[in-house]
Design a protein around this ligand. Structure first.
Ligand code: NAP
Length: 317
């Protein structure tokens, strides 16, 4: 039986599945392992089931025992893993696409609604019982008829686009490559970020964090937005230059932000906390029972597939 290290606690039924299929070293206290601990604990293991909280940089990967053949990441994003370093060591890296698309798109839409309809202020007002209905109380931005710009029209971006379209939004997107008509669902393609942002009343960041996308939303690119645009990010914190976004909020260049992800999670730039126009969530994208179960099961199946066949359809390196 292959031996695996599971770095974070999984839902009970998924841990049971892991124990049935592997000699699995589980993390029942859900302790956050340091990089050194991951290296130590993976001695004698054939694979690691990692999560986005494990920083598998080149230094860590190079110190893993020879026996490690796969890192199965419990996420669709893999910005926490140095793919090249893993490849050089002959370690396969896999992810969990598709199964989390719907849940994450739901949060993507929630970010748009929360930011546009002034939900943080509304919640506070309701809790404080200090509000009075009036014709102009907490007037927000209506989604119907607004232009939604999707940066990264992949699985999650396309699902957000479909829901947004049903809400009456007019969808635009930017990817490095144009989608075929069966995938774009009538959305307008922009071959540059500048062109996309200039028509985005609401921006939804849905692309992966990569060397190309780090701080893509910055002082210069935020200026491409129409005045009073809304910026949401359901992808990764690394894509946004926080100081620039906070400055844009301060200048009212940006009307509101909706954020699920942050640089240096679980911390976030404290500058956001000064603004009632910041609708912020603690990385809830895939957090439903159905999705977290499906993700863990897929991460386990990826390891089995790799050891059975020498390959895996969800291999990313
Ligand atoms: P995906 O299907 O691979 O889609 C990514 C899209 O981004 C593709 O359309 C890709 O198109 C585009 N893209 C990549 N690099 C780009 C660049 N440099 N400039 C412009 N567009 C670029 O991935 P997904 O399943 O939708 O997931 C997207 C991301 O969401 C993940 O990487 C993850 O970080 C994040 N996520 C967050 C949560 C959460 O809990 N908040 C949950 C799940 C996923 P081209 O290749 O044509 O450029």
């Amino acid at each position: 039986m292959k031996k695996i290290l599971v770095t974070r606690k999984l839902l009970k039924e998924c841990e049971e599945k892991a124990l049935k299929m592997f000699d699995a070293n589980l993390n029942s206290n859900d302790e956050l392992y340091s990089q050194n601990n991951v290296i130590k604990m993976s001695q004698g293991c054939d694979g690691i089931l990692s999560s986005l909280t494990d920083k598998m940089d080149a230094e860590t990967i190079n110190k893993l025992p020879e026996s490690i053949k796969i890192i199965s990441n419990f996420a669709v994003g893999f910005g926490n893993i140095d793919l090249e370093a893993a490849k050089k060591r002959g370690i396969a890296v896999t992810n969990t696409p598709d199964v989390l698309t719907d849940a994450t798109a739901e949060i993507g839409i929630l970010l748009i609604l929360g930011a546009c309809r002034r939900v943080p202020e509304g919640i506070q007002g309701a809790k404080d019982c200090n509000w009075k209905w009036s014709a102009d109380y907490l007037i927000g931005k209506q989604l119907t008829g607004a232009r939604l710009g999707i940066l990264g029209m992949g699985r999650i971006g396309q699902k957000i686009a479909r829901i947004a379209k049903s809400l009456g939004m007019i969808v635009h997107y930017h990817n490095r490559s144009k989608l075929s008509p069966d995938k774009d669902n009538g959305a307008t393609y922009h071959d540059t970020l500048k062109s996309l942002m200039s028509v985005s009343d609401v921006l939804s960041v849905c692309c992966p964090a990569s060397n190309e996308t780090i701080n893509l939303i910055n002082k210069e690119t935020l200026e491409y937005l129409p005045k009073g645009a809304v910026v949401t990010n359901v992808a990764r914190g690394d894509i946004v230059d926080d100081e620039a976004l906070i400055d844009a909020l301060e200048r009212r260049k940006v009307y509101a932000v909706g954020l699920d992800v942050y640089k240096g999670e679980p911390n976030l730039n404290p500058g956001y906390l000064k603004y009632k126009q910041a609708f912020i969530l603690p990385h809830l994208g895939s957090a439903t029972k159905e999705t977290r179960t499906a993700m863990a099961n897929l991460a386990i199946d990826n390891i089995e597939e790799y050891f059975k066949t020498g390959n895996c359809k969800n291999k990313v390196n």
